[in-house]
Design a protein around this ligand. Structure first.
Ligand SMILES: NC(=O)c1ccc[n+]([C@@H]2O[C@H](COP(=O)([O-])OP(=O)(O)OC[C@H]3O[C@@H](n4cnc5c(N)ncnc54)[C@H](OP(=O)(O)O)[C@@H]3O)[C@@H](O)[C@H]2O)c1
Length: 325
């Protein structure tokens, strides 16, 4: 097998494409021949030693991938050789093969494309958990999505529309805003061009959004939280801008608003049945054509450094997917 190996987590430049022995799965594991792997923001952080999870060295990055089961370890009941699957393994995806704990692997329903499946679990399951379980977003409510052209942002636009919300998508360029409209956003705000508070006032008749989905953090958080509606829910999803904002708590009191944390990884570990039910609903929506990952580019696995550079430069519209022939 071949894979991008991280022996020294000092950045993308240190990754090396290497020939490695093809591993055999141990008890409870499976080996997957990888067809597609998507880039998620944590994949960028993990090779710089900036992610909360620090895998033992050396490791192969690539948290999420899809392919075909090749070999099954002892005791694995729900998978067999030849099954089409998706995995959220945390690492291992940027190569030709991966051995992973079978508990992190789900069989793909018929008709689920490998490219889409590799770009699905983290973004859509996080967003389903955020909007349904954590925010209880209702039809007719208004939701603001920050970083709306990114991975979780595009999932939030689509799931928001499935749930019947009015979606305001906010992003850093007109091109990104147009892209969000093409995915179903009802209105957009380019937050590098104007004052986001004034725009939100105009778009909500002064009321503010009922739900804010925030994977960006940084200096957008406070002005947006000041604009939230009475009984609003502010979803803390991530900090792509780099800094963790602090909010004056009197604002929560004045708006009767809630600051709601979203941590899909722990939700999936602590509440596996609820997570499985969410994934089943998402698979149904995919089969019905209601949601579909927006894929910016598909690149050969060997071109991973170019994909990382594109993600780092904030140019990605939706998701980047690496593919094996
Ligand atoms: N809580 C959870 O369970 C959970 C699950 C998945 C992901 N996350 C987090 O959610 C965040 C977004 O993940 P993602 O995979 O959607 O990432 P992504 O596809 O790269 O999107 C992130 C968006 O953030 C915006 N951004 C603002 N400042 C940025 C900067 N300095 N560098 C890069 N992007 C910047 C960009 O939009 P503009 O250019 O339009 O500003 C970009 O489209 C990450 O922090 C990730 O760790 C959390």
């Amino acid at each position: 097998m071949q894979a991008w190996l991280c022996e020294n987590p000092t950045g993308v430049e240190a990754l090396q494409w290497k020939d490695l022995p093809t591993p055999e799965p141990k008890a409870g594991e499976v080996r997957i021949a990888i067809r597609a792997a998507s880039l998620n923001f944590p994949d960028l952080l993990i090779v710089q030693n900036k992610y909360q999870m620090k895998p033992p060295l050396p490791f192969v990055p690539g948290s999420e991938y899809a392919g075909t089961v090749e070999a099954v370890g002892e005791g694995v009941k729900h998978l067999k050789a030849g099954d089409a699957v998706a995995a959220f393994g945390g690492t291992g995806g940027f190569g030709t093969h991966a051995v992973v704990n079978a508990g992190l692997v789900v069989p793909l329903p018929k008709g689920f494309a490998f490219d889409d499946a590799s770009a699905f679990i983290l973004t859509y399951a996080t967003t389903h958990h955020a909007l349904v379980d954590r925010a209880a977003l209702k039809a007719g409510e208004t939701m603001l999505v920050l970083g709306a052209a990114g991975g979780v942002g595009t999932a939030a636009i689509q799931i928001g529309k499935v749930l019947g919300a009015r979606v305001i998508a906010a992003a850093s360029s007109d091109e990104k805003c147009d892209f969000c409209k093409s995915l179903g956003a009802d209105a957009t705000i380019n937050y590098t061009a104007g004052n986001i508070r004034d725009e939100l006032k105009k778009l909500t008749d002064g009321k503010g959004p009922d739900v804010v989905y925030d994977p960006v953090g940084g200096d957008l958080a406070e002005p947006v939280f000041r604009s939230i509606a009475w009984r609003g829910r502010y979803l803390v999803v991530g900090f792509a801008q780099g800094s963790i904002p602090a909010l004056p708590l009197n604002l929560a009191l004045l708006k009767g608003a809630a600051i709601v944390g979203v941590f899909w990884g722990d939700f999936a570990r602590r509440e596996p049945k609820a997570n499985a039910a969410n994934l089943a609903e998402l698979a149904r929506w995919y089969a019905e054509g209601k949601i579909k990952p927006a894929i910016d580019q598909k690149l050969p696995m060997r071109e991973l450094p170019a994909a990382y550079a594109r993600m780092d430069s904030r140019k990605v519209l939706g998701k980047l997917v690496m593919v094996n022939p």
